[in-house]
Design a protein around this ligand. Structure first.
Ligand code: EPU
Length: 431
């Protein structure tokens, strides 16, 4: 493989920024929105609240001037955890919100206690009954009150919920031990572009001075750092030179540092363009996932695929989610040598992986299996592509443009196609 890839807008920025548009009683234009199943679901959720949405390519126009309800429908929330983000903006703007509890998913239980406790600290009355979170603000102004909130853990979602809620609150809110992820900063910049007063996003203390009302905006979201890092690993695992643009290299520092330890060179050809220069003889290394600026949990599975083909032992410790090692069994089916104890995976490098039918357990696991399949000898068939489609825009189209050999059949990706012809009916038997 070789060539250039265009990196799409960040999924995790897009999801929360679309929810954040609920704060605004005027038009919002959001640019660089990736075309993803999750983003479409967030759009459906806003439509169900009475919001007018129109999409032209990667531009989304959102008019939330009239909200017909503050109750998010369970059918959508149950398919998209990020739907819970609507609670902060709805409560801040309307004084009440009813959002179903999102529940867990395959990577962990994912409670929302930090979101709820923070909203309570800002004066909301929050009751959880029959799986529904009912939140109200008492008083004639129905405005939340600024508060000093310390998060027990720097949760990305809780930081974002509370930051959005605080934009329209009376007085000043300080979020301590806040998440520092680039998507938090993107949301703060989006809110500030609508007239919010948020300082300190990207540090551990965020201060929000509430304003009575926000105004319309035209805002472009940042490039997706996880998609970019996934392509860097694709280059490393297939020994291919790949250029990526646009990227914000600072957002990729933890992934780049690990790739360099593994023996791959990353060159900046322009301020927003990185190129991976593959190296001979990849070496194992240890990885511990942590909140930003630590190594991202969203890249753990992809690096595990790479380390399974790197010489020596690597220890991967997953600290963010309690059940995010389910790809290990699938990588082992392809010939990897990985043992798991609790939240630690010990990867013993093997000289080659062999293609096999595998099943993706979550979004990033599906990307890891695609990468492993590209590097493996023989045909790999990956089922569970609904996970992939939630978070990677046209992954197989982008890989094909680099010369990868893979094909989507309904519900599965097959790679590489040279082992069985693309039209071979046995390929379709994995649908
Ligand atoms: N947590 C709590 N209580 C809370 C909130 C979080 O205990 O109230 C725990 C979680 O259970 C988890 C840890 O804190 O163990 C981290 O969760 P966090 O809230 O930081 O994550 P999130 O907001 O649910 C976002 C991304 C994830 C990404 C994480 C960590 C979105 C829509 N999702 O989730 O993205 O892994 O931050 O960086 O922004 C993905 O894209 O594949 C993905 C899972």
């Amino acid at each position: 493989m070789a060539g250039q890839v265009k990196i799409s807008g960040a999924k995790n920025s897009a999801l929360v920024i679309i929810a954040g548009a609920l704060l605004c009683p005027q038009d919002c234009r959001i640019r660089n929105v990736p075309s993803l199943v999750d983003v479409a679901r967030m759009g459906q959720l806003l439509s169900s609240l009475g919001v007018k949405i129109s999409q032209h390519g990667d531009v989304l126009d959102i008019d939330a001037s009239d909200l017909s309800t503050s109750q998010a429908p369970y059918e959508i929330v149950s398919q998209l955890r990020a739907s819970f983000f609507t609670i902060g903006p709805l409560l801040a703007r309307q004084g009440y919100a009813q959002v179903p509890l999102p529940g867990g998913c395959t990577i962990g239980a994912r409670p929302v206690d930090l979101h709820v406790r923070g909203l309570q600290a800002m004066g909301a009355d929050v009751q959880i009954e029959h799986g529904m979170v009912n939140a109200y603000v008492a008083g004639s102004s129905r405005r939340l009150k600024g508060a000093k909130i310390y998060l027990d853990y720097p949760s990305v979602g809780a930081t974002e919920t509370l930051m959005m809620a605080a934009t329209l609150a009376e007085g000043e809110t300080v979020i301590e031990n806040a998440a520092q992820e680039p998507e938090v900063v993107d949301l703060a910049n989006f809110c500030n572009s609508m007239g919010a007063r948020i300082r300190g996003a990207g540090t551990t203390a965020i201060t929000i001075s509430g304003v009575p009302r926000l105004h319309s905006t035209d805002y472009a979201i940042i490039p997706d750092r996880v998609e970019a890092a996934t392509f860097l690993v694709a280059g490393a695992i297939t020994n291919s030179e790949i250029s990526l643009a646009p990227v914000i290299p600072d957002h990729l520092t933890p992934a780049i540092a690990k790739l360099q330890e593994i023996g791959v060179q990353i060159v900046a050809d322009a301020p927003d363009c990185l190129r991976i220069v593959p190296g001979e003889g990849l070496r194992g290394t240890d990885i511990k996932t942590l909140p930003y600026p630590g190594f991202p949990t969203d890249m753990q599975a992809q690096f595990m695929a790479l380390l399974s083909l790197s010489e020596g032992d690597s220890v991967i410790t997953e600290t963010v989610f309690e059940n995010r090692l389910r790809h290990v069994a699938e990588l082992n089916r392809m010939g990897a040598d990985i043992r798991v104890e609790g939240n630690i995976a010990v990867v013993r490098g093997v000289p080659l992986l062999s293609g096999a039918p595998v099943v993706a357990s979550d979004l990033r696991a599906s990307a890891a299996l695609v990468l492993a399949g590209l590097a493996a000898k023989g045909k790999t068939t990956i089922q569970g592509l609904h996970h992939l489609d939630r978070g990677y825009e046209k992954l197989e189209v982008k890989l094909l443009s680099l010369g990868a050999r893979l094909q989507r059949v309904t519900g599965a990706i097959v790679s590489p196609e040279r082992q069985l012809g693309v039209n071979n009916p046995t390929v379709n038997s994995y649908q």
